[in-house]
Design a protein around this ligand. Structure first.
Ligand code: FE
Length: 268
């Protein structure tokens, strides 16, 4: 079975949804943008989503005998695999801490679980937000470098488009070295996991938005925005039944991004 190097052979995890494939017997291409008229496959159908019994419209060679002609999504696919491997270790580490040490600690939020949100590769690092039942942190992981020699507790100021953030170094068994910047702790104000992950995603957006830059402590600003967002929901202050839509999520999400972050916006 050798001699057909590069054949797909069913390895759908190695090609992206954008991959253009080619029959290695008759060179007929399959382009997901076009689909396959012959078998009424709709345009936009990824090669890996074709039925297993799909075959070459020209020579009937089986699907496994196609090879990659061009894959515009290959880099994104590789990025996703690198990020997934790193965040899987991070989530495993903190899930273990959750079960072994934190479950019965006061102030933990049992409605939440450990989840990596919005992680991406950036300039030789992997950056994202880790949500846990007892904290929400910005996290930096190494992308190829060895951070196992980091000294736990050491501080480092890291620049992002929105400003400078102070990170603490730490080392864990599975994760190895990582850097963390606290956004929230404890997590009592989040009622659901999606509530926390929405805020984590908004924080990632704000992190990369230069419009938010003003040279102050960005983590504190994100916290302040969240507190401002929560204020109207406080039953002690929400006394007017005709008051503005307290549970309208769109404005509160926007508040996280712009409310407390663009400090100079209203004042300027
Ligand atoms: Fe063919």
């Amino acid at each position: 079975m050798s001699g057909f190097e590069g054949s797909y052979l069913g390895a759908s995890d190695r090609i992206s949804p954008q991959a253009i494939m080619e029959c290695k017997i008759c060179w007929t291409p399959y382009d997901p943008a076009e689909g396959d008229d012959f078998r009424q496959v709709m345009p936009g159908t990824a090669f890996s989503d074709l039925p297993d019994d799909w075959s070459c419209p020209n020579c009937s060679a089986p699907k496994a005998q196609f090879m990659v002609l061009e894959d515009p999504g290959a880099n994104a696919l590789r990025d996703a695999a690198v990020v997934r491997a790193a965040t899987d270790r991070l989530v495993a580490d903190f899930t273990e801490i959750w079960h072994a040490k934190m479950r019965d600690v006061p102030l933990v939020n049992k409605a939440l679980r450990v989840e990596a949100v919005g992680f991406r590769r950036l300039d030789g690092r992997i950056v994202g937000v880790l949500v846990a039942p007892w904290f929400m942190n910005l996290i930096l992981l190494p992308d190829g470098d060895d951070w196992s020699g980091l000294r736990p507790g050491e501080k480092e100021v890291v620049a992002f488009p929105s400003g400078d953030y102070e990170f603490l170094h730490n080392v864990r068994e599975l994760t190895g070295g990582y850097k963390a910047c606290s956004l929230f702790s404890p997590m009592g104000e989040f009622t659901r996991q999606t509530d926390a992950t929405d805020v984590a995603r908004a924080a990632m957006t704000a992190l990369f938005d230069p419009a938010h830059r003003d040279g102050t402590d960005r983590a504190a600003d994100i916290r302040a925005a969240r507190e401002a967002e929560l204020a109207p929901v406080d039953p002690e202050t929400a006394t007017d039944p005709n008051a503005a839509p307290v549970f309208d999520e769109a404005p509160s999400r926007r508040a996280v991004i712009t409310g407390g972050l663009a400090v100079g916006e209203g004042a300027a």
